[in-house]
Design a protein around this ligand. Structure first.
Ligand code: PGA
Length: 254
């Protein structure tokens, strides 16, 4: 039986009031399940609030990490600070950061290393733009994004890491990759990793992200090489997010 990961990426959204409502609702509907990991990634400033509100069945994630250790880096948050805040996971290399904040492959590799140095599990995001897909570059773009991290760090670090395939054209657009399109890239990601380590290639969780919702999640999560979803917009809607969780739960029990 495969394990499914349901990751909420709240991005730059929320308020103390709406967070409390959302987490209370999720707490009521989500149970501890060894085969489903629910991870909430709020903005940094709400980490403490969510840590206090959430039940044990929910894990915490951050949306970013500094590539540097503690020190004179105004406005940045280090891995050791995240660890101190009881964070378990961290999203790295999200396309919004790659595009808007100059997170290059080199910076992403440093962030990936920094997460591991602080016992955080990185969720490494990769994915092609619309133009890259149209010009047949999807697999080569994803390959270079993954290999640049492996080659600047160590393949062993991927034993305790997650990859999220997020086609840029599907993020926040309402347009999802078809289960077959996603599966093709996911199985290709396993082949890329297989060049380095076949055990890691089979065991690493690979999540799909990009307009996942209650209606399309089941067909995506059913695919052999899809181990759950990284969910943006739909994770801000309590009923929709719980629907995704419940569909995952049903799939696990089938
Ligand atoms: P979306 O975002 O679900 O709103 O498309 C996904 C993500 O950016 O992680």
């Amino acid at each position: 039986m495969k394990k499914l990961f349901i990751v909420a990426n709240w991005k730059m959204n929320g308020s103390k009031k709406s967070n409390e409502q959302l987490i209370n609702y999720i707490n009521e509907k989500i149970y501890e399940n060894p085969n489903i990991e629910v991870i909430i990634c709020p903005p940094f400033t709400y980490l403490t609030q969510i840590t206090k509100l959430k039940t044990k069945s929910i894990k915490m994630g951050a949306q970013n990490i500094s590539e540097s250790q503690n020190g004179a880096f105004t406005g940045e948050i280090s891995g050791s600070i995240l660890q101190d805040m009881s964070v378990d996971y961290v999203i790295i290399g999200h396309s919004e950061r790659r595009q808007m904040y100059n997170d290059t492959n080199a910076v992403i590799a440093q962030k990936f290393e920094s997460a591991h140095q602080n016992n955080l599990i990185p969720i490494l995001c990769v994915g092609e733009s619309l133009n890259e897909r149209k010009t047949g570059k999807t697999l080569s773009v994803v390959e270079s994004q993954i290999k640049s991290v492996i080659e600047s760090t160590r393949i062993e670090l991927f034993t305790k890491s997650i990859i999220a395939y997020e086609p840029v054209w599907a993020i926040g657009t309402g347009e999802t990759a078809s289960p077959e399109q996603a599966e093709e890239v996911h199985s290709n990601i396993r082949s890329i990793i297989e060049e380095y380590d076949s055990n890691i290639a089979t065991s690493i969780p690979i999540l799909y992200g990009g307009s996942v919702n209650g209606a399309n999640c089941k067909d995506l999560f059913k695919m052999n090489n899809i181990n759950g979803g990284l969910i943006g917009g739909a994770s801000l809607n309590e009923e929709e997010f719980v629907e995704i969780y419940q569909k995952a739960e049903r799939l696990i029990n089938e």
